[in-house]
Design a protein around this ligand. Structure first.
Ligand code: SF4
Length: 461
């Protein structure tokens, strides 16, 4: 199926309200994680369903929306810098400006004081109210807010305007009930609420019918999924059923919390070839002392037990993680333990960051004892170590053949690029007709972050 056909936002969408905004345009920019990217796909679908047309620059838009991230200070600042630029726009008076997502929730109505040209502030826990808020805006209201966290609703839309033609995101759970000391998410995304399993499966079948072959199940903590329908499935049970959806080639999930990651999930992966050979299991630190201060609810040993369980699966499953350096009170010895953990696990990839204090988090009560210079130093050491591990692991793949979903053509060198089931990036030469196909590629060289290969078989199997 062509990428045009699967952009379902282009379809008229039966049963939708008659667009009252024909000819109006919107610009939507997204910051942050996959959850945000998918929320934006739904917001874009909602707007398209109301008759708005998407444009690629804020200058030409009637509606300018920023879907924001506040996981780190730098990310949060980005939206205010965008709003500053927007203030200088000569057409500003004709525009309606919205701040969505985590910064909206975190800053609330203070955004109106700091940037008076903003008209709408809406946190993700209130997205289900967006249609009503947009109606208020269309009726001429100048200030609209959606900031309640008291919700058991998930954000559903009749149209989701997906950005990728072959891989689709699908939310199964929103919010988070954990209380990790450094994290703003429970304050910005609200309490956990799972979608009924029948709706999730219905969406999977619909996506397959629309031509998507890979689905990524999303949630802040997918492992704590609890089916609210009478079936009452756990995450592992849901995963197994998704793995049985007819016509689906691949299913993945993110993010997992080690505390809620159980052997049944590995069993589901082991018995359902459609479920990808990859688990992202954020550890954050290798030191028990730091893990306890972070309120992660597991010890190094308990985490390593989960890793062992994954490593003992019937097929090789790649493992990635998230790491924070310089958390308040992290000593050199604690940091060394993170390094030894990274060595011991041998992650296939890792996202690592310097600790950044966030508003309303409990870590603010701790002294941010590690200086910026030291944080930078530790991050550099950690990233060098992880890079060496990745290089070494990837080098062992040279000569082997993997199935790769050809996802796009690189602008730089015209090569096709895609992912293996284990979520490794592979670049290879091939024609345009291969886009969207699963292709066998033999690996010829390996870098730390990607592999290069040559096609050994053309087309879908
Ligand atoms: S599990 Fe912890 S880190 Fe992840 S979203 Fe919830 S509070 Fe944040």
């Amino acid at each position: 199926m062509s990428s045009q056909l699967v952009q379902i936002g282009d379809l008229p969408g039966k049963g939708l309200p008659r667009p009252s905004t024909d000819g109006k345009t919107f610009y939507l920019e997204t910051f942050g994680c996959q959850m945000n990217a998918h929320d934006s796909e739904k917001v874009a679908g909602l707007l398209v369903g109301r008759g708005y047309r998407r444009v690629s620059s804020y200058e030409e838009a009637d509606l300018v929306f920023y879907n924001t991230c506040s996981i780190r200070e730098k990310a949060a600042q980005k939206v205010f810098s965008r709003l500053g630029i927007l203030k200088e726009d000569p057409g500003l008076k004709e525009k309606f400006i919205g701040v969505l997502g985590c910064v909206a929730q975190q800053e609330g109505e203070k955004i109106f004081q700091r940037a008076p040209h903003v008209n709408l502030v809406c946190g993700s826990a209130s997205y289900h109210r967006l249609p009503e808020m947009l109606s208020e805006m269309e009726a001429g209201k100048k200030r609209v807010t959606g900031l309640s966290l008291d919700t058991d609703e998930c954000f559903e839309t009749e149209i989701t305007r997906r950005d990728q033609p072959f891989r689709a995101y699908l939310t199964i759970i929103e919010g988070c009930d954990k209380s990790c000391a450094y994290c703003v998410v429970p304050m910005t995304r609200g309490p956990e609420r799972s979608r009924p399993s029948d709706k999730v499966l219905e969406d999977c079948h619909r996506l397959v019918n629309e031509g998507y072959t890979e689905i990524q199940l999303l949630g802040q903590n997918v492992n704590s999924y609890r089916d609210p329908s009478p079936a009452g499935w756990s995450f592992a049970e849901l995963l197994a059923r998704v793995g049985e959806v007819d016509g689906l080639r691949r299913a993945r999930f993110t993010t997992s919390h080690p505390r809620d990651f159980h052997p049944e999930i590995v069993e589901a992966i082991d018995t359902h070839p459609v479920l990808c050979d990859h688990v992202h299991l954020p550890v954050q630190s290798g030191s028990d002392r730091v893990l306890s201060r972070m309120r992660r609810d597991y010890t190094r040993e308990e985490y390593l037990e989960k890793i062992n369980c994954i490593r003992n699966a019937g097929r090789a499953i790649s493992i990635s993680t998230d790491l924070i350096v310089g958390f308040p009170g992290e000593t050199r010895e604690d940091f060394e333990q993170t390094l030894t953990l990274v060595d011991e696990v041998g992650y296939d990839s890792a996202f690592s960051f310097k600790y950044s204090p966030r508003p309303k988090t409990s870590a603010l009560d701790l002294v941010d004892s590690v200086g910026e210079e030291e944080k930078t130093l530790r991050l550099g050491i950690l990233q060098d170590r992880q890079r060496a591990i990745q290089l070494q692991r990837n080098a062992t793949l040279i000569g082997r053949t993997f199935e790769v979903l050809a996802e796009r053509r690189q602008k730089r060198d015209g090569q096709l690029t895609g992912h293996t089931s284990s979520h490794r990036v592979v670049n290879f030469s091939g024609g345009q007709e291969l886009l969207g196909q699963y292709v066998d590629v033999r690996i010829t060289s390996a870098g730390a972050n990607s592999l290069v290969g040559e096609m050994v078989q053309n087309g879908s199997r």
